[in-house]
Design a protein around this ligand. Structure first.
Ligand SMILES: NC(=O)c1ccc[n+]([C@@H]2O[C@H](COP(=O)([O-])OP(=O)(O)OC[C@H]3O[C@@H](n4cnc5c(N)ncnc54)[C@H](O)[C@@H]3O)[C@@H](O)[C@H]2O)c1
Length: 241
């Protein structure tokens, strides 16, 4: 489905990002670059995937990495902005550091990546950018003022880039995916009582699996979604219907 495409996935070392890397690789990508903050997370990738230690908060590291990929492949076809962190607290207990860290990775990190790669896609004439948002960015969530703000922000950025990067006839698309609660290490900090409540509220009565998010990303990365841009698509088992 993504035969011959050059793909970049941030936060590709574990969780949803890792599954996205493997899914793009097994579906014919020419090369999938998995970016993460440490080498440890990037072991055991498929043959047509390459790990790179790149922190999305580091614009000069990103620029160097992007130039290297362009030198090698002459283009980047798919960018998945997946790296994300949580630093939860109700607003009166949220300190500046918690706010700043989440903004730096989840919002400015996504900006950093698209600023480096969007223009390359435009020049090449095609590309697909997929921002991993969250239902929390659409509906809000107790204790996640910082996270919710970033996840709403990446939806707005995708809509903006759908307009900006498609100028001059370039077939560059940008969309956002809003997962519900997905079974990954990120949920380890969420109390079991809260998880139980989410299961009970979800019509499908379970959490999602990383593969179910990766399947949607695969569709948006592929030409099967060639007329879809500027959209946010939920994948949440019907959590809010
Ligand atoms: N798990 C869920 O329930 C859920 C729900 C909705 C949205 N999401 C979003 O999906 C994405 C992936 O979540 P996950 O559950 O797989 O998380 P995770 O914590 O399991 O994995 C995140 C990965 O991102 C990497 N990362 C963190 N900061 C980085 C940085 N500065 N630069 C590069 N890489 C960095 C981590 O090292 C890790 O490998 C996140 O954006 C998250 O907000 C997750």
């Amino acid at each position: 489905m993504v035969k011959g495409k050059v793909c970049i996935v941030t936060g590709g070392g574990r969780g949803i990002g890792r599954t996205i890397v493997e899914t793009l690789a097994v579906n014919g990508a020419e090369e999938v670059y998995a970016l993460d903050v440490s080498d440890d997370a990037l072991q055991g990738l498929p043959d047509n995937a390459t790990g790179a230690v790149v922190n999305v908060t580091d614009p000069s590291g990103i620029a160097e990495f992007v130039q290297d990929v362009i030198r090698r492949h002459r283009r980047i076809d798919v960018l998945v902005n997946n790296a994300g962190i949580t630093r939860d607290a109700v607003i009166n207990k949220m300190d500046d550091e918690q706010w700043d860290q989440v903004i730096a990775v989840n919002l400015k990190g996504v900006f950093n990546m698209a600023r480096a790669i969007g223009p390359e896609m435009m020049e090449h004439g095609s590309g697909s950018i997929i921002n991993i948002s969250s239902v929390v960015g659409l509906d809000g969530n107790m204790g996640q003022t910082n996270y919710a703000a970033t996840k709403a922000g990446v939806v707005a950025m995708a809509k903006t880039w759908a307009k900006e990067f498609a100028r001059k006839g370039a077939a560059v698309r940008a969309n956002a995916v809003a997962p519900g609660f997905i079974n990954t290490p990120m949920l380890e900090t969420v109390p079991e009582k809260v998880i139980e409540g989410i299961r009970a509220k979800t019509p499908l009565k379970r959490l999602g699996e990383p593969q179910e998010i990766a399947n949607l990303v695969l569709f948006l990365a592929s030409d099967l979604s060639s007329f879809i841009t500027g959209q946010v698509i939920r994948c949440d088992g019907g959590l809010v219907v």
